[in-house]
Ligand binder design. Structure first.
Ligand SMILES: C[S@@+](CC[C@H](N)C(=O)[O-])C[C@H]1O[C@@H](n2cnc3c(N)ncnc32)[C@H](O)[C@@H]1O
Length: 289
């Protein structure tokens, strides 16, 4: 709780977000949050947006729930763009707690060049905001030491590391979440290739967090949104789309992260095939009879 408050109140940008996103929500929900923060389960804390890196926490919990409903014991989670490693360590911490509550295990991978951003190639990489060398891994050894046994850092150009990596993914631990935080269009395009392996290497609904779509210069013709649009145009059975009606499903609706959550629909997954047999027929009750 103390860590959460320090994280939130420690910098001006975050304080501003609390003002715009949290204090504009109904008072009774904010009061209820205090109770959940003190006595709630980890899942309830995620429901009430009380977890550091809430955007990842929502996706990871959802991936665990989808996996559990399919009796899958383990899920792979990936962060593309690690930099100093705060996000990757957040994933490790969050998944540890989700595993305790759901029983679903996680295999975690972080991908990064290690040297910060490569050179931008043209206007599609939003060079007015991002430049070569931004966000290097500050202390690789320290980061490696901090990673738990189920997490791995894969260093190198994503264009080169991803093709080999896909071969290692097994359907026993399908990819359930990817965080795309590589700033450029061309790097994002390379990240999304991780979604083009055999269908059972993914959950039928794989969660995606797109980090860099909230800056003013982002639009569908540059950056991550362009990479997503091209992915959809190029692939008939893999489609990336915003998480359907997510805002309606959340208690706190003003928070920005909701707009960053997308999913890949694995349309060629065997669970989505007409040949897949549902075990139980669904029956609707009628309260008027
Ligand atoms: C904004 S930082 C990531 C921040 C991190 N996700 C966090 O929340 O703490 C973007 C990172 O993407 C990495 N990156 C961008 N393009 C890359 C590429 N083609 N290959 C490998 N790493 C890349 C850069 O090295 C940089 O560290």
């Amino acid at each position: 709780m103390l860590k959460y408050l320090q994280n939130k109140l420690g910098n001006q940008r975050k304080r501003k977000r609390i003002l715009y996103e949290r204090l504009t929500e109904p008072l009774h929900l904010n009061l209820l949050s205090i109770f959940v923060a003190l006595f709630g389960s980890f899942e309830q804390k995620i429901e009430f947006d009380l977890v550091i890196r809430q955007q990842y926490a929502f996706c990871l919990l959802q991936a665990a729930k989808f996996a559990k409903s399919m009796e899958i014991q383990s899920v792979t989670a990936i962060e593309f763009g690690v930099a100093a490693g705060a996000g990757l360590l957040n994933i490790c911490e969050i998944t540890k707690k989700i595993t305790q509550e759901t029983g679903v295990q996680f295999q975690i991978f972080g991908f990064d060049s290690g040297q910060g951003l490569p050179p931008p190639r043209d206007y599609r990489d939003i060079p007015e905001t991002f430049k070569k060398g931004d966000y290097p891994i500050v202390d690789k050894e320290k980061l490696l030491q901090a990673l738990p046994d189920n997490a791995k850092l894969i260093v190198g150009d994503i264009a080169e590391t991803v093709p080999e990596f896909i071969k290692t993914i097994s359907q026993d631990s399908p990819i359930g979440f990817i965080a795309v935080d590589v700033d450029y269009y061309w790097s994002a395009k390379e990240c999304l290739k991780v979604l083009l392996g055999e269908a059972e290497k993914y959950l039928p609904i794989t969660l995606i967090h797109l980090d860099d779509i909230g800056i003013p210069s982002s639009n569908p013709w540059v950056g991550e949104l362009l990479a997503v649009n091209e992915f959809n145009a190029e692939n008939s059975y893999r489609k990336i789309h915003p998480y359907t009606f997510l805002r309606n499903r959340r208690i706190f609706k003003h928070t920005r992260w909701i707009d960053h959550i997308f999913v890949m629909h694995t349309l060629d997954h065997k669970r989505r095939s007409i040949k897949y047999e549902q075990t139980k027929v669904q029956v609707l009750s009628n309260p008027y009879l």
